[in-house]
Design a binder for this molecule. Structure first.
Ligand SMILES: CC(C)(COP(=O)(O)OP(=O)(O)OC[C@H]1O[C@@H](n2cnc3c(N)ncnc32)[C@H](O)[C@@H]1OP(=O)(O)O)[C@@H](O)C(=O)NCCC(=O)NCCS
Length: 181
């Protein structure tokens, strides 16, 4: 899928939100490793990222060429500072109405409205792709993310008390949320 939007952040500076393409592979891997180092609320540890720049580029181009999946990057002064995306949950008929949402913004840029803008961009794309339900899970302690999702209209539909097992903090409860599109 394709997306292209310029937004003004809370500090008055512009950010460019657009779908990532093959040539973004290296910078997206760099951003992934940074954001996944900065928080314990995401699934993957940086050392578990198995994709190199070339593989990431191919993965991103597949999304750009797809008609129901996308990875959107937020660029500030030409630098990738956040990513968000939607992935199909399945290709079988009974699952085709559902997509999964994921997001991360580099810590230096938190609180500037990028999370909200990226979430809204993904919701727009999910509607355009024809999905009926957008889903996510969030660590229960991640109040900021949960507040962002609630503002966007997501509602909780369950919890898994031992959803993640962090090597730093032990078990993390996961909150399952869904948004009807
Ligand atoms: C969660 C995350 C995506 C939010 O991104 P962001 O760019 O900081 O988001 P925004 O600036 O748009 O703020 C979104 C909302 O968070 C809340 N928020 C912002 N700063 C906050 C703070 N310091 N304390 C509590 N809530 C806060 C507000 O409700 C805000 O909405 P508002 O601007 O309408 O008041 C970002 O913190 C992040 O990437 N965290 C690490 C990775 C992660 O947790 N991803 C989600 C996994 S489920």
């Amino acid at each position: 899928m394709k997306y292209d939007e310029i937004i003004v952040m809370k500090n008055g500076k512009e950010a460019h939100l657009r779908n990532a393409v093959e040539s973004d592979g290296a910078v997206v891997v760099e951003n992934f490793n940074l954001t996944h180092e900065e928080t314990d609320y995401l699934l993957t540890y940086p050392e578990e990222n198995s994709m190199d720049a070339k593989q990431e580029g191919e993965f991103l181009q597949k999304k750009a060429d797809s008609d129901n999946e996308i990875e959107i990057i937020a660029l500030v002064d030409g630098k990738v500072v956040g990513t968000a995306g939607i992935d199909a949950i399945g290709t079988k008929y009974k699952l085709k109405h559902r997509a999964e949402f994921g997001i991360s913004v580099a810590k230096e840029y938190w609180g500037l409205g990028l999370g909200t803008a990226l979430t809204n961009a993904c919701i727009k794309c999910a509607k355009e792709a024809g999905y009926e339900q957008l889903e996510l899970d969030a660590v229960a302690d991640n109040k900021k993310a949960i507040s962002l999702y609630e503002k966007a209209g997501f509602v909780e539909f369950g919890r898994n008390p031992k959803g993640f097992k962090s090597k730093f903090s032990g078990y993390q409860e996961l909150v399952y949320m869904r948004l009807e599109l």
